[in-house]
Design a protein around this ligand. Structure first.
Ligand code: CP3
Length: 345
């Protein structure tokens, strides 16, 4: 039964034989088999939009390492792309959206999405994965947070988002309108992913940490609250991740999410103390740069992290952010083995 999977048990705060492990960007460029399939597809976009290929990529890291979850191979920028913003990934220079949203007229032009028409390829990838996985390994669906999507949509590219951050002060009402529109799209997108067969849903609030405490509450957290509430009837657990959460961790734990993801800067013991009080699970938070240490050291650092999270239920091993494309495979194997053998020796 899928409900007996370590990941889903940990999300329900039930005891497990060892912590479940998966990691952000587990299907990506550090894997030679990913690079081969991407070259064959010709572009990231084709890989993403071809359900047979996207399903195959999603399974690669799980086949290689025996991980405890599959994360859908997709991107948070599928929503802006479906709204007509034209998402491109350029080799070496990151992401670009061809038609950024800068004015009220731009925002008014954004369509309301119909998930089964506009993001059918994502739902088809999930359905395929559900068939292949046959209830053996849980499948994580995901979306970007409204604020994080707005950052890319306003700026048109990655970086430190000066235009989006100026809009917080220059045109807060326009920003709020855009966030409302995105909240509806993200909620519907995640509900559709749940219906298609995702067992768990994760929201990446990668740029929430750029905001002041008051603005984080108004422009990101408030919308995360609403998304979690909308997803409750699906019965699927939700994981929220804000990069650079800092002092606002308790507020993120109060959203009703089953788990919160921690970046590498969060202190495991302090986070655990808070999480136990609030009855939420934790996910994280090995520094992705740890994986540039020799494999023996990676193994030690992984064990030390597991120890600092302790053995109480409600912990999922992960990195503190996405794995770097130049990460050595031996280090990843050492990290995975350290978690898989934890407690058995
Ligand atoms: O985690 C997984 O294995 C699932 C797939 C996944 C991707 N992107 C694939 C991808 C997930 C969950 C994402 C989420 C995502 N995408 C986030 C939130 C998580 C985070 O890292 O904070 C963000 C901010 C994006 C936006 C995005 N997509 C950027 C900034 C880039 C370019 C930078 C980079 O890492 O190259 C992408 C492209 C992208 N998304 C790649 C992958 C594997 C690289 C594409 C390639 O060149 O093959």
């Amino acid at each position: 039964m899928i409900s007996d999977a370590r990941l889903l048990k940990a999300l329900r705060l039930e005891p497990v034989d060892r912590p479940p492990i998966w990691f952000m960007r587990q299907a990506g460029r550090y894997l030679p088999e990913y690079r081969a399939l991407r070259a064959q597809a010709g572009s990231f976009r084709t890989l993403l939009q071809t359900p047979t290929l996207a399903a195959q990529v999603s399974l690669q890291p799980v086949s290689r390492f025996g991980l405890d979850a599959v994360i859908l191979f997709s991107d948070i920028l599928t929503i802006p792309d479906a709204m007509g913003l034209d998402f491109q990934v350029q080799e070496g220079s990151g992401v670009r959206l061809g038609r950024p949203v800068r004015t009220a007229e731009d925002a008014a032009r954004l369509p309301c999405l119909d998930m089964s028409r506009d993001l059918d390829y994502v739902l088809e990838t999930i359905e395929r994965l559900r068939g292949t996985l046959a209830g053996q390994v849980p499948l994580i669906g995901f979306a970007g947070s409204p604020w994080t999507l707005a950052c890319y949509m306003i700026e048109g590219c990655g970086g430190d988002f000066p235009t989006a951050r100026a809009m917080v002060y220059r045109e807060p009402a326009l920003l709020e309108g855009l966030l409302e529109h995105l909240t509806q799209a993200v909620s519907e997108y995640l509900c559709a992913q749940a219906r298609a067969g995702a067992d768990c849903l994760m929201v990446f609030d990668t740029w929430g940490g750029l905001l002041t405490a008051a603005d984080y509450r108004r422009f990101s957290l408030a919308f995360l609250h609403r998304i979690v509430a909308t997803l409750r009837p699906t019965g699927k657990p939700v994981i929220l991740f804000t990069l650079g959460i800092g002092d606002w961790l308790p507020q993120l734990m109060d959203t009703g999410a089953a788990a919160v993801g921690l970046d590498w800067r969060c202190d495991p013991r302090r986070s655990r103390f808070l999480a136990q009080e609030k009855r939420v699970a934790l996910q994280g938070n090995l520094d992705p740069f740890c994986l540039f240490a020799p494999p023996d050291r990676v193994s030690q650092l992984t064990k030390a992290l597991l120890q600092s999270f302790g053995s109480e239920p409600g912990y999922i091993f992960n990195l503190g952010h996405g794995i770097r494309p130049d990460t050595p495979l031996e280090a990843v194997s050492a990290m995975v083995a350290a978690v898989q053998h934890f407690g058995s020796s």
